[in-house]
Design a protein around this ligand. Structure first.
Ligand SMILES: [Zn+2]
Length: 444
């Protein structure tokens, strides 16, 4: 899968870097050759939305399990979110705690984001210099008490600083007002009602996203900062994103495999493995997200990988209100997205742009990551896009196996994953000691 399309080729790697791409039989004698046969070699995926949770909540997910899941899923670079670690990555001291925790545990390359919270404007410069590739904020309660959400006034201070540095701000775009109103309208629900997905859907209305996206566009326009809406679910917000794009405002958006795969109408009662915020919405909404991917309005697909222990997911009671939100799918993102994409006429080139090149570009890693071209790191996934697989939760590498993809048949099987020329996953195993690196902004 080359920048100009799919063709038979040989990829020549020296010292972890792609030296050249040549005809498939242009292989001088004496070289070490790995023959991928009829399989596809795509650029390794760059997943810019992963919750690793280490240090501090390593019992949820950690660097070891998350990066093994990434390797098994063809993901060669992940970007960690700042909020679920303790301490959260909102200061230089916390950044250093995280890099220390990552030491010796990385099976793929990892970059870190810093958090923007109400009281840490004075830390942002140090976080930038330490190597954060992007920043992340919430416009609504994050669910984590030491990662408070920000309002317009905080962002008016932080965004010019990020604009000057050219670092993107990733925004969880939901506003509390419409959510509070929805909860008031809902009143007290019975235990049986709390098990029904429709009540969770009602509790996170589209307006919460739509109004937040309006705010993000307004602030990006005013400050010149590069803003990126994470996990877009409400297709109604596409209108504002289109207008912003047409006006040249620096705003982009991603969506996730679960919003592109599932539909609210199909979620069984009590199936809290489907809970995330914003929620998985209706089938009709899902098709509008696909249309936005088709026209390039949503620029990338990343997983928002965020597993949690079954007890926190309220797997027993099936209470959607109390269950922790988050879906772990780092290992499944490629096949889940491809399964749905190919049926809608997307080709491998488009898939690769959405899952490798565009995410790499967002966080400024595109000089080394996201495409198969001379000078780029030899980050590759060898896979069979026609082979079916049935998802067996027990076989997943992520720490907690609860997943809405359980026993679903997906198309696309990863055979091997290479990071800087070294196999980090092959034939179901993880050969060699962990060889992933921590990537720092400007030094990737
Ligand atoms: Zn997230």
């Amino acid at each position: 899968m080359l920048p100009d399309g799919v063709r038979a080729a040989s990829v020549h790697v020296r010292d972890g870097v792609i030296a050249r791409v040549d005809a498939w039989d242009a292989v001088p004698p004496g070289l070490v050759v790995e023959d991928a046969g009829e399989r596809v070699i795509s650029p390794g995926l760059v997943d810019t939305h992963v919750h690793v949770n280490e240090p501090g909540r390593t019992e949820w997910e950690g660097f070891w399990t998350a990066t093994r899941a990434a390797a098994a899923g063809g993901v060669t670079t992940i970007v960690d979110m700042p909020l679920n670690a303790s301490p959260p990555t909102t200061s230089l001291r916390a950044f250093e705690a995280k890099t220390a925790a990552a030491e010796g545990q990385l099976h793929v390359d990892v970059a870190l984001t810093g958090g923007v919270v109400p009281d840490n404007a004075h830390e942002l410069r140090a976080l930038l210099e330490a190597g954060c590739v992007a920043f992340k904020c919430f416009l609504v309660d994050s669910g984590v008490s030491d990662f408070a959400h920000v309002g317009e006034a905080h962002l008016a201070r932080a965004m010019p600083l990020l604009a000057a540095a050219g670092a993107p701000l990733l925004v969880h775009a939901e506003l509390g007002g419409p959510i509070d109103a929805a909860l008031r309208a809902q009143g007290n629900l019975s235990d049986a009602e709390l098990r029904r997905y429709v009540h969770w859907l009602e509790a996170r209305p589209r307006e919460a996203e739509n109004e937040a996206v309006d705010l993000v566009v307004r602030l990006a326009r005013a400050t010149g900062a590069r803003a990126h809406v994470v996990h877009l679910s409400s297709a109604d917000a596409l209108l504002a994103l289109r207008a912003a794009r047409d006006a040249g405002v620096g705003v982009s958006a991603e969506t996730c495999p679960h919003y592109l795969t599932f539909a609210a109408e199909d979620v069984p009662d009590g199936a809290t493995e489907y809970k995330c915020a914003p929620p998985i919405r209706e089938r009709h909404n899902r098709e509008r997200l696909w249309q936005a991917l088709r026209e390039g309005l949503i620029t990338q697909v990343v997983t928002d990988h965020s597993p949690a222990p079954a007890s926190l997911k309220c797997a027993d009671s099936g209470d959607f209100a109390r269950a922790w939100g988050g879906i772990g799918s780092l290992e499944l993102g490629l096949s889940a997205t491809w399964t749905e994409a190919r049926g809608r006429g997307f080709d491998l080139a488009r898939l690769s742009a959405l899952m490798s090149a565009e995410p790499a570009r967002l966080v400024g890693l595109d000089a080394r990551k996201g495409s198969i071209a001379p000078g780029r790191d030899a980050d590759l996934v060898v896979w069979d896009p026609d082979a079916p697989r049935v998802v067996e939760p027990a076989a997943l590498e992520q720490r907690h196996k609860l997943t809405p993809y359980a026993r679903r048949t997906l198309t696309g099987v990863v055979h091997a994953t290479y990071v800087r020329g070294r196999a980090v996953y092959a034939a179901g195993a993880h050969p060699g000691p962990p060889s992933g690196r921590l990537l720092r902004r400007g030094k990737a």
